[in-house]
Design a binder for this molecule. Structure first.
Ligand code: SF4
Length: 379
């Protein structure tokens, strides 16, 4: 089991090396920025989808030429990696535009990168449920399919997409299984390990990742039950993958029993449904995504998302919730008062910690998490 954890850790820490390894195998790779790009089409084209969620290692310098200072660091660092050559091995990049930062960012990437690689624009509809919304999503995905066919130099057949859908749905099952097992065995699946395992999935072909993850899940499942002496929390936010920050959870025996994190469970909680038309199946998956700060909810007056998160805390047996608020993330910031209201109404303790990917000093977070763990322990 330790060997598997080490492999995931290695992959999660070295995306550039992972990209080089795929290129050495003669594969093409497509960068996929957040959120909800149909990476199944990249896989169906025989190419490697490569997640781009910023970086904890880089400083921002070249991206400053293109980005306003109030852009979140996830977007700025993604551009930085494109500009400074870290991602030169990519054969193209897909730029979704689901928030107010990603919309202008997609144009910055188009202007700065189009002489290096094809830049594929993706606009999701917010009214995604009815036939008009679904048709619009299919038209956007069809455009991506065409561009990917040009890069791959071959057509993507419907059967290719059906096969990719099967692989992705099977992977979702293992990803959800891992999250559950990690919550049941925090003694073995530390916060640092949990993050590395989930993060590695963004840099691997999903069939390879799924096989490795299943092997790990089988081993964790065979472990004796864990009598956890510490506290249990659900984590919410966009991304929290800095090992220094995660180590604080392990230092204070704060187990992560579930998450509502965009980089983690929000990505794989919704399967791709059956449909005779595989493009429509992908569009329906997007329409079915729910309880998400980035997506329109026609029943928003009911505060369904906050209720969902509160229920997640209860169902997972957590003692409270840790919310990591990305600096300059308008969607998460605007959502927070509603979430707080619901958590307070249901008596669920929570803590909100501001983070970004340029943070190097986690002293404040350490103090706050230690105090939160103490409060939960006596509560
Ligand atoms: S962190 Fe927030 S502002 Fe930045 S890309 Fe994600 S949703 Fe948009």
């Amino acid at each position: 089991m330790n060997t598997l954890f080490e492999k995931f850790d290695q992959i999660s820490k070295s995306p550039a090396a992972q990209l080089s390894a795929y290129k050495a195998q003669g594969k093409k790779a497509i960068g996929v920025l957040p959120y909800y790009a149909p990476e199944e089409l990249v896989y169906a084209a025989g190419m490697v989808p490569f997640g781009m969620w910023g970086s904890n290692k880089k400083t921002i310098s070249r991206a400053k030429e293109y980005c306003a200072t109030f852009y979140c660091t996830i977007a700025q660092l993604a551009v930085e990696m494109l500009l400074d050559g870290t991602m030169d091995g990519l054969d193209g990049v897909i730029t979704p535009t689901i928030c107010d930062t990603l919309r202008p960012m997609s144009q910055n990437i188009r202007v700065s990168m189009s002489d290096k690689m094809p830049v594929i624009f993706l606009a999701h509809p917010q009214n995604r449920f009815d036939l008009n919304g679904l048709t619009f999503t299919v038209s956007q995905y069809t455009n991506i399919r065409k561009k990917l066919e040009e890069i791959a130099g071959k057509p993507i057949t419907d059967d290719d997409i059906r096969a990719a859908i099967k692989v992705y749905n099977a992977c979702h099952v293992q990803q959800r299984r891992f999250v559950k097992l990690a919550g049941e065995h925090p003694d073995v699946v530390t916060a640092v390990r949990r993050s590395a395992v989930l993060k590695a999935g963004w840099f691997m072909l999903k069939d390879e990742y799924c096989a490795m993850l299943k092997e790990l899940n089988d081993k964790i499942e065979a472990l004796p039950a864990c009598d956890w002496p510490g506290t249990k929390v659900v984590v919410s936010g966009i991304i929290f993958d800095n090992p220094i920050l995660l180590q604080i959870f392990d230092d204070y025996k704060i187990a992560i029993v579930a998450d509502d994190v965009a980089h983690e469970s929000r990505t794989f909680k919704t399967d791709i449904p059956d449909d005779a038309d595989p493009m429509m199946a992908l569009a329906k998956q997007f329409a079915n995504r729910d309880h998400d700060v980035l997506l329109y909810d026609p029943q928003s007056s009911k505060n369904r998302r906050a209720e969902f998160v509160a229920q997640l805390v209860k169902d997972s047996g957590a003692d409270g919730l840790v919310l990591f608020m990305q600096q300059f993330c308008d969607p998460e910031e605007m959502e927070y008062p509603y979430l707080k209201k619901e958590l307070d109404a249901q008596g669920i303790p929570h803590i909100k910690l501001g983070i970004d990917q340029q943070m190097r000093d986690f002293g404040q977070a350490r103090t706050a998490l230690q105090a939160f763990a103490d409060v939960l322990a006596v509560g």
